[in-house]
Every structure is written in structure tokens, then in C-alpha cells.
Design a protein around this ligand. Sequence first.
Ligand code: ADP
Ligand code: ZN
Length: 524
Amino acid sequence: MTSTETEALGVLRRVFGYDSFRGEQEAIVEHVIGGGDALVLMPTGGGKSLCYQIPSLVRPGVGVVISPLIALMQDQVDALRALGVRAGFLNSTQDHQQRREVEQAFLAGELDLLYLAPERLRLESTAELLGRGKVALFAIDEAHCVSQWGHDFRPDYLALSELHERWPDIPRIALTATATKATHAEIATRLNLTEARHFVASFDRPNIQYRIVPKNSPQKQLLELLRTEHAGDSGIVYCLSRASVEKTADFLVQNGIPALPYHAGLDSRTRAANQARFLREDGLVVVATIAFGMGIDKPDVRFVAHLDLPKSVEGYYQETGRAGRDGLPSTAWLAYGLQDVVQQRKMIDTSEGDAAHRRRLSTHLDAMLALCETVECRRVQLLNYFGQSGEPCGNCDTCLAPPESWDGTVAAQKLLSTVYRLQHERRQKFGAGQIIDILLGKRTPKVTQHRHDELTVFGVGAELGEGEWRGVIRQLLAQGLLAVEGDYGTLVLTEASGEVLGRKREVRLRREVKRERAPREAKP
Ligand code: ADP
Ligand code: ZN
């Protein structure tokens, strides 16, 4: 062992109270202590912080940590101080006097770690300050924020590429939990980290059980999950809109489950209070938009539930990754339905940005849909998405209760020809509800009013129920064999639909699983 190794291990034991490094931590710490640049890709909970905290303590000077998590800086600094580490932060929440004290401590060499909000780096005064003190390293936390295509883009992060020009000899370590190969490469280029050594940890989170179920009545399904499997547990429930966050939190409270809302529409004091309660108390459920959770370090989150479809696999992985940081069994549960696809396609169609941007959003959504509709192991699919491989895990819903697939070609033809007839014979477009009524042969007022009972396809789909038809539509949308457009989610054909209608293409569909609970006891 070299002396730096011993020193790092000594700090790990003495200061942080841990016996040994985890995974790649030691190699990373050593590399940075030796002055090398590093790009660290490690899942949430993997232990990224020590990768820059220990080198900051070992190298002479102050470790400067750039983090977008301003709301958490105080907590992070308090936690470090409790361990005897001299830490401070500079961000917009402080007044002039508070900032001056931190600056003076920095210049006097009385700090080990200095947390900086990214916008402060744009100020010439910050660069001057850093130039007058001694910097041990730069750590760039949540480095994916530099990616313009990612979901957390922060323009201030682009300025971080200049660190290297100004301080070419100071090592830099960029860390993220979110990165496909493409984002990874983008981080390296944008941060000017071309010489950096890459450390890529496994993205597998074996203690998380992934489950994706068809959405029928989401609140009731959620309640069932919490009552039967997670009574008294802490957890996070993600919803897409503020309104559904409020409604769901109310619903849970009415049903005896202690729940708090969290979204950007609440005033900052309520948000901070709810977050603090969640961190401190046991058995609280936070119902939130994705505004909640970045940097949340609560080890015993037993479940993360999504009541709406995440926009990307990266988002899904990061949000579900907040479960089970302590390594104990935890659940990632997502309820997903036809309406999710309709709604998200609509959001993409109406989103700002150019065609390339919309295509990207669309690719993200397609990958998420593919994960939802897979008949294979969810974990293997997730790992593949991040460029890693794995074996079927035995601990996800598709492993525990393998979904049957069926030949849906005829059903798809019936459905697509209904859309075709409306579109081409009647010059009409309708949403899923009306199409299904026609297929089932229901003479609703809307059906008779439009004389849809006179169509040759009227009633040809009676062999399936309404729920099953919705499943067929959802899967056809996911497979690109059908599309939605406009504000009302009207269904239209795609080019690929023609192949099915022309009998040139078979359609395999996943049978909707009636039983929702994956039996835990079946775990090997
Ligand atoms: P990340 O930033 O990657 O999400 P953290 O750095 O917050 O993860 O670490 C997650 C948890 O794991 C923390 O509670 C941390 O104290 C703990 N941890 C990290 N490294 C070790 C280690 N070598 N031994 C024991 N616990 C560790
Ligand atoms: Zn599996």
C-alpha cells in the first residue's frame, strides 16, 4: 500500500467512521488524490460524496464542490461539521455578512470543503476569491446538469468548462447518477474533461423490486399497495401535475395514511418544512412532482410509486433510485395507462423547441414505453438501457409472474381498420373511447348520433372487453403502430399501421396481468 492509500483509508475510518471503501470508491479517491481528473458514474446511493470529500481532506487546500442543490447545502455542511470537517458554502440564500465570513475562512485556510452554487462561478469576484486561496480540487456534482438534452439542464453549468483553462493543474472530478453513454460523452466534452479517467459503477440496484402495472384506478391501486405491503413505511409517490399531487395527498390522508404534498406551487417554507419532516420522521409518505428528491439522502425510503409515466428511463431510474439506499428490500411501483401515452405525446407535440428537440423527447418516451411493455426482465432492460448487461433477476414483476404474450394481429387489424374507416370514409377522428364503443357494438348516444352503428366494423370486437381494448391501443401506441394527435387525443394511423392492415406484419401483444401483486415470497 502506498502512503496516500493509507491516508485515505485513515480518513475514511477516523473521520467518517466506515471500515472500508465501497466498490470503486478507493480507486477514484486515489486517482484524484494523485492529481488526476475523474468522471464518476455511480447510481444514487452509491457513495459519490466520499469520492471528493476524502481527497479534499487529504490534498492540501480546499475542495471546492459545485452543486445545484442549494436547498441542501446547509444540511450537507451541518452533517460534515458534525464529523469535525471544516465545511462552508456560498449561495444566494446568504446575506453579505454570512458570505464574507465564509470567504475569510476560505482565504485563511480554515476550510476543508467549500460548496458553491453554480451561478456564483459566473461572478468574477468568485474567480478572484478562488485565485487568492488554495484549491485542492474541483468537484462537479450532478454533472448531468451540463447536458442540454437531459432533464435537469442548468445553463450555469456550461461555464464550468472554464475551470480547466483557469486552473489547469487542479484536479477535477465530475459526478453523476444519470448517464447513458451519450450523456456521459456529452459531459466529458462540455466540461472539457477529455483526459479524465472514467469510473463507471454498476447501475444494478438488486434490492429494488421493479413493478409496472396497468393503471385502472390509480389512487385505489396505490392505497392497496401501501396497505398490503408498505404499512407504516416511508415512501415517495410521484405525480405529473400539482393538482394530482394535492388530490392524491388528500386521498391518502383521508384513508389514514400520513402524507404530505410537495410541488413547486407551494411556498418555499411549506416545501422546506415538508421535506424536513419527511427526512426526520418515520412512516411519512411524500406525494410530489419530480421537483422533489434531487439529493434527498434518506436511507429507508421503502417504496417509490409513480402514478404517471415518467418522461424518460433516466428520470424513472433516478426517481426509483431514491428507494432502498440502505440496501433493504424496497419497491419501485409504476401504474401506467393509455392516457399517459396520449398525454405525453400531446405534451411533446406542443412543447417549445425545434423538431430535433421534439424528436429527442419522443425517443426518450419510446424507451420508457418499451420498458413498460416488455415481457422480459425489467432490470435487464434497465441495465441494457444504460449500456450494461445482466441476467434475469428473479425480483421484478416480469420475472416473478412472466407475462404471456399473444398474437394480437387480428385485434390490431380490427382496431386499425376502425380508425381507417373513420379517417378515410367519414373524414372523422375520434379518441379511444369512441373507437372502443364501436368495436364493442355499443349504441351510445354519440355512436348513433354519428351513425357509427352503420359502419361495417361496428361490433366486430366483442371478443375483448373494454379494458383489454385499452391495453391493445396502449401497446399499439407504444409500438408506433398507432398515433395520437391534437388536444383530444384522437387516434390516427401511422405508416407502420399500413403494414398491419395489409397483413404484412404480425403484432405480438402482452396480455394484461389481472393480478397486480408480484408474490414476494417467490423470491429465490
Ligand atoms: P450518492 O451521492 O452517490 O447518492 P452518498 O454519497 O450520499 O451517495 O452515499 C450514500 C450513503 O452511503 C450515505 O449514507 C453514505 O454515508 C453511505 N456510504 C458511502 N460510502 C460508504 C462506505 N464506504 N461505507 C459505508 N457507508 C458508505
Ligand atoms: Zn427481473
